[in-house]
Design a binder for this molecule. Sequence first.
Ligand SMILES: NC(=O)c1ccc[n+]([C@@H]2O[C@H](COP(=O)([O-])OP(=O)(O)OC[C@H]3O[C@@H](n4cnc5c(N)ncnc54)[C@H](OP(=O)(O)O)[C@@H]3O)[C@@H](O)[C@H]2O)c1
Length: 317
Amino acid sequence: MVKQKRKVVLITGCSSGIGLSLAVMLAKDERKRYRVIATMRDLQRKDKLLEAAGDAYGKTLSLAVLDVCSDESVKQCISGIKDRHVDILINNAGIGIVGPVESITLEEMKTVFETNVFGVIRMIKEVMPDMKQRRAGHIIVISSVLGVQSVGFHDVYAASKFAIEGFCESLAVQLKMFNIKLSLIEPGPVRTDFELKMIQEVKERECPGADAETVYYFKELYLPSAINIFPAVGQTPEEISRRIKKVMETSRPSFRNLTNSLYAPIVALKYADETGGLSVNFFYHMLFNLGPVLHYTVTAMKFLSFGFLKSGTVSPH
Ligand SMILES: NC(=O)c1ccc[n+]([C@@H]2O[C@H](COP(=O)([O-])OP(=O)(O)OC[C@H]3O[C@@H](n4cnc5c(N)ncnc54)[C@H](OP(=O)(O)O)[C@@H]3O)[C@@H](O)[C@H]2O)c1
């Protein structure tokens, strides 16, 4: 039997969360089908990854420095790979931001876009020409359900994910000509450091520039609900990694991959009413009227989703 060559998978942002979990899962693949290049901007943060990878490090897993915000770092990393050959590029690195828009500086917003939008584009521009030449490859982008339907106080983060979704929607059409696949992964809340770290930070921070009423809505209504939603409906990084692995291993992967079926009804609302009124009103009531009784809202979401699952609209997998 001909031995299949291992696929080279490059993942950005592997120091924690989804990137770390995915790098380990792929490197420990039972059939050893992958050669994982786990990248991070600061190699001093490698210990958690190496501990989880165990024996796989040095065999199916290697490390490389990569800051998605630096042209030089991206070029150096890709040039250091044998023949610049990447079969699967996983754009995972990302940062979040939440809060009243008046209290977020333009510099902070630009950092979010530099990472979540231009960071992904920079990676794709560096890897895509070789994929085109080989007429093979798969580009995966970790977006968010907030890249499809936003909610209050996530204006800037959602804008960054919407931007990358628009970019990918266009690119996917062109890449099809070259037999290159492009897939978006759209998680809801995931129990990583990501959002909780951000929420904790923002809780302690003043909101300069925002009026007292907005700050009240944000801190007293939105934040407690947002904190509750993670244990209630959040997925684990491993669940997201399993889903990404499945997308990598399907011969015809979907372009969009919503990972949490509880969010399917929310996305459906968007497409059910092209005026947008349904979604705006739904989130208004969720936040301002149902926020204090979030657990009922979560139950309602579960109930709604169950209907969708039963009708076969959305696969729980
Ligand atoms: N957690 C959620 O609820 C959730 C939901 C939907 C989508 N997502 C998306 O999932 C992806 C992974 O997030 P996560 O939840 O796993 O959060 P996380 O644990 O905070 O991981 C984010 C990773 O991105 C890295 N990163 C940030 N800026 C970078 C840069 N300039 N260059 C290279 N790496 C950089 C971080 O590295 P450092 O350690 O150096 O900071 C970290 O390894 C993100 O794109 C996020 O938007 C997350």
